[in-house]
Design a protein around this ligand. Structure first.
Ligand code: NAD
Length: 328
């Protein structure tokens, strides 16, 4: 049986579906359809990992082409979030912004129009924690449960099922959420009340932006001082300046294979999305009267990059942005 909480009544379960891959924590008998809304860079591979674990899907995306592969694979594609809620009592949303999440939940054909009592709604988008809290209140009024579960790890980790999920919500529901999330991630961490998953995610991404800019500055300075970039990266990575941006996702073309800097900064985590996350950090810092001097600077840098033609490139293109600048 899937883990059940006191908030949600048990759902009658059909006979086990033929699944593939390793089971996550759920048994075969728990494989009722799962709704998935938002099949973009992240949602697409995440939904595929649920399929690999034998979960039938009910799919919706505003961009019909995003659903094509799933329709061809025999999954149910429907025409609104409300239709998803009518057919599935567990739904995952993976959308770009707070506004998109509000639309998918509370819009004219949103999830809340058809949500069944006892449904579990998990939002994995990175959005404003105060919006997660508002959505949770609306969902609770309908007798259902909302959890925020944003992710860290990027497209590669989404493909390999190695995302980290930061989960906020009622603790008794965590086991039920973990059953699904562990099909898509290797770390599923309970953070506390609803909104705390977003809080953890925003702090992580603010630090990531600062460390990426710092790595790009150090690499650019070293290159202009005559150092070979590969050698400089090697030295940083055996020294105290080492960080994820230097040793796993180096922003300088030619230093590492298989990262966006090796592919003209295509794919990966877009500069627009990083600017959005830094905006969320800025708002949260204002609301909590927290000083984020470097976080604010990082926000301005990523906003400038968006205005200067970098919006579709990976966020590590900050190296290219600095490279093109010369100062006195
Ligand atoms: P994306 O833009 O590639 O995909 C989002 C999808 O949602 C698109 O297919 C779009 O058509 C769809 N969509 C938008 N509004 C919709 C609505 N109202 N109803 C249904 N579908 C809608 O974005 P992504 O890169 O997959 O990112 C999704 C979320 O994950 C963002 O919040 C992002 O910050 C976060 N995230 C992304 C990465 C990454 O590396 N890309 C890493 C960690 C977290």
């Amino acid at each position: 049986m899937a883990p059940r909480s006191r908030l949600r009544p048990p759902v009658l379960e059909p006979p086990a579906a033929a699944g593939s891959g390793q089971p996550c924590s759920g048994s075969m008998a728990s494989k009722t359809p799962v709704g998935f809304i938002g099949l973009g860079n992240m949602g697409n591979p995440m939904a595929k990992n649920l399929m690999k674990h034998g979960y039938p899907l009910v799919i919706y995306d505003v961009f019909p082409d995003a659903c094509k592969e799933f329709r061809e694979a025999g999954e149910q594609v429907v025409s609104s979030p409300a239709d998803v809620a009518e057919k599935a009592d567990r739904i995952i949303t993976m959308l770009p912004t707070s506004m998109n999440a509000i639309e998918a939940y509370s819009g004219a054909n949103g999830i809340l129009k058809e949500v069944k009592k006892g449904s579990l709604l998990i939002d994995s988008s990175t959005i404003d924690p105060s919006v997660s809290k508002e959505l949770a209140k609306e969902v609770e009024k309908m007798g259902a449960v909302f959890m925020d579960a944003p992710v860290s790890g990027g497209v590669g980790a989404a493909r390999s099922g190695n995302l980290t999920f930061m989960v906020g919500g009622v603790e008794e529901e965590f086991a039920a959420a973990k059953e699904l999330l562990s099909c898509m991630g290797s770390n599923v961490v309970y953070c506390g009340a609803v909104g705390t998953g977003q809080a953890a995610k925003i702090c992580n991404n603010m630090l990531l932006a600062i460390s990426m800019i710092g790595t790009a500055e150090a690499m650019n300075l070293g290159i202009r001082l005559g150092l070979d970039p590969k050698l400089l990266a090697k030295i940083l990575n055996m020294s105290s300046g080492r960080c994820w941006s230097s040793d796993t996702y180096n922003p300088v073309p030619g230093v590492m294979d298989g990262v966006p800097s090796a592919n003209n900064y295509q794919g990966g985590f877009g500069t627009t999305l990083m600017a959005k996350d830094l905006g969320l950090a800025q708002d949260s810092a204002t609301n909590t009267k927290s000083p984020i001097l470097l976080g604010s600077q990082a926000h301005q840098i990523y906003r400038m990059m968006c205005a200067k033609g970098y919006s579709k490139k990976d966020f590590s293109s900050v190296f290219q942005f600095l490279r093109e600048e010369e100062t006195f």
